[in-house]
Design a protein around this ligand. Sequence first.
Ligand code: ZN
Length: 330
Amino acid sequence: MSLVPMKQVLNEAAKGDYGVGAYNVNNMEQIQGIMKAASETSSPVIIQASRGALKYTNMVYIKYLAAAAVEDNPDIPIVLHLDHGNSLETCKQAIELGFTSVMMDGSLKEDSKTPTTFDENVEVTRSVVEYAHKFGVSVEGELGTLGGIEDGVGSGEVKLTDPDAAVEFIKLTGVDALALAIGTSHGAYKFKAKPTLALDIINEVVKRIPEVPLVMHGSSSVPPELIEVINNYGGKLEKTMGVPMESIKEAIKRGIRKINVDTDGRLAMTGAVRKYLSEHLDAFDPRSYFGAAREAVYQTVKEKMIGFGTAGHAGDYKPLTIEDMKAVYK
Ligand SMILES: [Zn+2]
């Protein structure tokens, strides 16, 4: 099997009424932990790399780590997706590397901080769609802005998605998936109390354009038990709350198909490394603590695959290639 286009994976999720997690990766242990969870639960999976991840891995390592995931898991549909692309240029780079999906986050300017106008967003997103579809690569857009900042992305300003504008945006750009701002937030410090999400926005968009899958960013749950492990072993994270699994399940029911998770994987790894090193003061073999981190990622992601309803769906369909998708877009 080769890497699968995201459009197919999300369309199949819509048919089966479930969500697919998109997990951020930067190194081998994260990918292995995620793939162990996908393989064990038989889940299709989106592994995504931010611009920070491309830089950290010098691009070529991420390419071959994803290739290794494919070779090692022939029965699992795997998408390799660019998270928060900031320009046509960045998206072109990812496509050249072999990504089967890119996000053009045109809700922000190229600095990933300054909000754009609707027209600016349409223009840059449409240029990416035109380019990517020639290669059979899927495109995710974003309309509205989330709170919080992660990996240097975010204006810090919350602007919920206007459903009418979302419908217009999809028609004007031809995106394969659209990220909505419904009140979730990037990073670990999302909320002080249980958040109220504007879930009706999902229904409003789905009602009018049911064929375009919707995406939720900033959807880590920031479980207190992961924060506790970090703080119990010398860390100092402030009390915080994320998006509870029950809210995500409700969002999936209403039509969210891709759920972005970065922070929870980071917390799980950090806690595991802290715990291991605190309990083994004589340890100096990186395999011991990175192995513990890999196991923690696996546990965290496995729970999500079950919670999002992804589990059991890996064999539902025959995966397409981006070559197949070229014909579809024509
Ligand atoms: Zn995001």
